[in-house]
Write a protein that binds this ligand. Structure first.
Ligand code: ADP
Length: 606
C-alpha cells in the first residue's frame, strides 16, 4: 500500500482541474499540478518560487491580495467567473476561471497556506459574450430598421422590445409602452387583434395582414391608416413559443395613391362608357389588337375580330382616307380621321378615329392606343343642317321673288298711271308675301330662342274653342277645307294664348298642306280630369310609321327633298317645345293612306 501522502499527490496531480497551493507570508508555490502549469503557461520550475515571482503578471491583478486576505483572515474566497490575464509565450492572454481560495490549517488551527481549486470557464464565458454581442447586434438592428418591430412575450403579452419605427407608426411615446402589455400600449386595436395574436400563440401559425385598415390613436388623434404586418411566433429551442414578433409597415400612402389611380381609371372608364367611346390597343409589329366591346359594336361585331377584317370593312370610297391618315400618323404620332364602315348587315356607319402612336428606342412605332366613336347620328344631323340651310333659303326666296314681282308690277302700274284698280290686288299680294316671310323669320327666331332657353311664356286663362274659332279663319277663307270643331267647347286652360295659337295654326296648316285633297279638318277638344286634349285630324296620305318618331325633331321633313311641299321642318319642333314648356304632351296617330291626327295636351282648369 502506497503511503497516503503519495496517493493524495497522485490524485492532485492527475486532476484535470487546476489545483495549487502557496504557503507562508511570502506565498511560496508549493504545489501546482500539471493542469495549473498548463493554465499558467509555465513549467515546473515555478514550484518553490514565491507566487509573484512565478507569475509576475499578477502584480497588477487582485489575486495576490486576495490570497493574502484568505491567509490572514481564514475566510475562503469563491468566485464563479473571474477574469485572469496570464503571459503565455510572452503574450498577455485573458482567461476566465471559476475558483475557490481556501485556507490550509495545521493541527493547531494555524493557517500555513492557501489552496486554490479552479475550473477554466473561458469558453463558456466567450460563448456568453458572443451571445450577448449578437443579441446587441440584433437589438441595434431592430432599433435601426425602417420597419416597425415589436417583440411581445408569449406568456404575459408584455412588450420586450419596440423599435422607434413601431412607436412612430403607432403614434405612442416610449414611456407609455415600456413595461406594458401590447394591448395596454395600443388598446384601440385590441378588440380586433388580441384574438388573432392568441391564436398565433396557441397554434404557432403566423398571421399575415395585407393592407389592413386600422383606426390608430396617434399622438392623441384618431387616424385611419393602412398597414401590412405579420405576427410571427418566436420559438424556444424546447419547442414552445417564447414570443411573438410583430413586423409592421405602414402602407397608407401606397394604398391611397393606388386608390387614386383606380378612381381615376374608373372615372376614365365611366367617361368612356358614357361617351360610348370604343377603345383599341394595336400592336403594330404583330398587327394584333385588344379592343373594347364598344369598339367591336361600332364595327358591327359582337366579339373581337382580326385587324385585317376591320380594315376590309371600310367603305370602298373611304379606304384612301384611312390609309392616308395612317401614313400621316407615322410622321406625326397622331391619328385622326372620319370615314364610313360597312357592318356585316351591310348598314353604313360613320366613325371618327383618334389615336396616339408609341415608339421604341429606335424610333419605330410599335403600339397605337386610340378611340373610335360612332358619329353616324352626328353626320346625319350635320347633313340635315346643311339641307336645312338650302331649304330655308329656298323658302325665303319664294315669297321674296313674288314680293319683288308684285313691287315691280306696282311700280309699273303707278308709273303708267293706268289700271289703278289693280293696285290693291298687288298690294294684297305683296302683303301676303311679306307675312309669309315674316312667319318664316319668326319660326327661325323661335328656334334660336328655344336653343338658348329663352322661350318665355305669358300665361292667361282662356277658352280653347274660342281661340280655335278665331285663329284659323285663313283656312276657312281659302275655301278648300271645311273646319269642324267638336268636343267640349267650354274647356278653359291657363296658358300662353299666342303660343298655343301658333301650335294649333301649325297643325291646321299642316293638315291643309299635307292633305290637300281631303275636304275636312276636324278639331276636337276634350278634357280628361285635369288634362285638356286638343287634336287636329286630316284625311290625307298619313305618315309612314318609321318616320313618326322623327316628326318633332328640328329640321325634320318626311320628304326631305322638299319637292312636293314647301316647309322648313320647324313647325312641329317649335310646337313640341311650346307644349312641353306648358307641362303637356304632344303626339300623332297616323297610318299611311288613312290620314293623321296630331294632338297635344295641356293642364285644364276644372
Ligand atoms: P314643315 O311643315 O315646315 O315641313 P313641320 O315641323 O310642321 O314642318 O312638319 C314636319 C314634317 O311632318 C313635314 O315636313 C311633313 O312631312 C310631316 N307632316 C306634318 N304634318 C303632317 C300631316 N298632317 N300629314 C302628313 N305629314 C305631315
Amino acid at each position: 500500500m502506497e503511503p497516503i501522502e503519495s496517493i493524495f499527490r497522485d490524485i492532485v496531480e492527475g486532476s484535470p482541474y487546476p489545483i495549487y497551493m502557496v504557503t507562508g507570508n511570502d506565498m511560496i508555490v508549493r504545489v501546482a499540478n500539471s493542469a495549473t502549469l498548463k493554465a499558467w503557461g509555465k513549467d515546473s520550475s515555478v514550484i518553490g518560487k514565491p507566487f509573484i515571482e512565478a507569475l509576475p503578471e499578477m502584480h497588477d491583478q487582485p489575486y495576490v491580495n486576495l490570497i493574502k486576505k484568505v491567509f490572514n483572515t481564514g475566510e475562503s474566497y469563491h468566485t464563479n467567473n473571474d477574469r485572469v490575464d496570464f503571459i503565455i509565450d510572452g503574450k498577455i492572454e485573458t482567461f476566465y476561471f471559476k475558483f475557490t481560495y481556501q485556507p490550509m490549517r495545521d493541527a493547531y488551527g494555524n493557517i500555513y497556506g492557501v489552496v486554490c481549486f479552479a475550473t477554466d470557464v473561458t469558453e463558456l464565458e466567450r460563448a456568453k459574450q458572443t451571445l450577448e454581442e449578437s443579441r446587441m447586434t440584433l437589438y441595434n438592428l431592430i432599433k435601426q430598421v425602417p420597419v416597425g418591430i415589436c417583440i411581445v412575450r408569449a406568456n404575459d403579452l408584455m412588450i420586450e422590445v419596440m423599435n422607434d419605427s413601431y412607436l412612430e407608426m403607432a403614434g405612442k411615446e416610449r414611456r407609455l409602452v415600456e413595461n406594458h402589455t401590447i394591448w395596454d400600449a395600443v388598446p384601440e386595436v385590441a378588440d380586433s387583434y388580441a384574438p388573432v395574436m392568441n391564436k398565433v400563440i396557441n397554434t404557432g401559425e403566423p398571421f399575415f395582414a395585407k393592407e389592413h385598415e386600422l383606426l390608430l390613436i396617434r399622438n392623441g388623434k384618431p387616424e385611419f391608416v393602412f398597414v401590412d404586418f405579420v405576427f410571427e411566433p418566436v420559438w424556444h429551442f424546447e419547442g414552445t413559443i417564447n414570443a411573438i414578433m410583430i413586423i409592421a409597415i405602414e402602407v397608407t400612402d401606397k394604398v391611397l395613391f393606388r386608390r387614386n389611380i383606380e378612381d381615376a381609371e374608373e372615372r376614365g372608364r365611366l367617361a368612356i362608357e358614357a361617351a360610348e367611346i370604343g377603345t383599341f390597343d394595336l400592336n403594330m409589329i404583330t398587327q394584333t389588337t385588344i379592343t373594347s366591346s364598344r369598339f367591336n359594336t361600332i364595327f358591327g361585331h359582337s366579339k373581337p375580330v382580326p385587324w385585317k377584317n376591320l380594315i376590309d370593312s371600310f367603305h370602298p370610297e373611304d379606304r384612301d382616307i384611312r390609309t392616308r391618315a395612317h401614313e400621316e400618323a407615322y410622321k406625326t404620332g397622331k391619328l385622326f380621321y372620319e370615314a364610313r364602315v360597312i357592318h356585316p348587315d351591310e348598314s353604313v356607319h360613320w366613325i371618327r378615329t383618334q389615336a396616339k402612336l408609341y415608339y421604341n428606342s429606335k424610333n419605330i412605332p410599335i403600339r397605337m392606343l386610340g378611340t373610335v366613336l360612332d358619329i353616324t347620328e352626328f353626320k346625319r344631323l350635320q347633313q340635315q343642317k346643311d339641307d336645312f340651310i338650302s331649304v330655308a333659303s329656298h323658302e325665303l326666296k319664294t315669297p321674296m321673288t313674288s314680293l319683288k314681282a308684285s313691287m315691280q308690277i306696282l311700280d309699273k302700274l303707278i308709273k303708267s298711271n293706268s289700271s289703278a284698280d289693280k293696285v290693291p290686288v298687288f298690294i294684297e299680294k305683296a302683303n301676303s308675301s311679306l307675312s309669309k316671310m315674316q312667319h318664316l323669320i319668326e319660326s327661325l327666331l323661335n328656334v334660336s330662342k328655344i336653343a338658348s332657353g329663352q322661350l318665355s311664356l305669358n300665361k292667361s286663362v282662356f277658352k280653347v274653342a274660342h281661340m280655335v274659332n278665331e285663329c284659323c279663319d285663313h283656312v276657312r277663307m281659302s275655301g278648300k277645307h271645311e273646319l269642324i270643331l267638336t268636343g267640349d267647347t267650354n274647356i278653359e286652360i291657363y296658358a300662353d294664348c299666342e303660343k298655343i295659337d301658333q301650335v294649333i295654326v301649325n297643325m291646321v296648316n299642316n293638315a291643309a298642306k299635307y292633305a290637300p285633297d281631303s275636304d275636312k279638318i276636324i278639331i276636337n277638344i276634350t278634357a280628361n280630369g285635369k288634362t285638356a286634349k286638343i287634336s287636329v285630324q286630316d284625311f290625307g296620305d298619313g305618315i309612314p310609321s318609321e318616320k313618326i318618331p322623327h316628326l318633332f325633331e328640328r329640321y325634320y321633313r318626311v320628304d326631305s327633298s322638299g319637292l312636293q311641299y314647301s316647309g322648313m321642318g320647324l313647325g312641329l319642333y317649335i310646337s313640341a317645345e311650346i307644349v312641353e314648356r306648358h307641362g303637356g304632351q304632344i303626339g300623332v296617330k297616323s297610318e299611311a293612306g288613312r290620314g293623321s291626327t296630331f294632338w297635344f295636351t295641356l293642364p285644364a282648369i276644372v
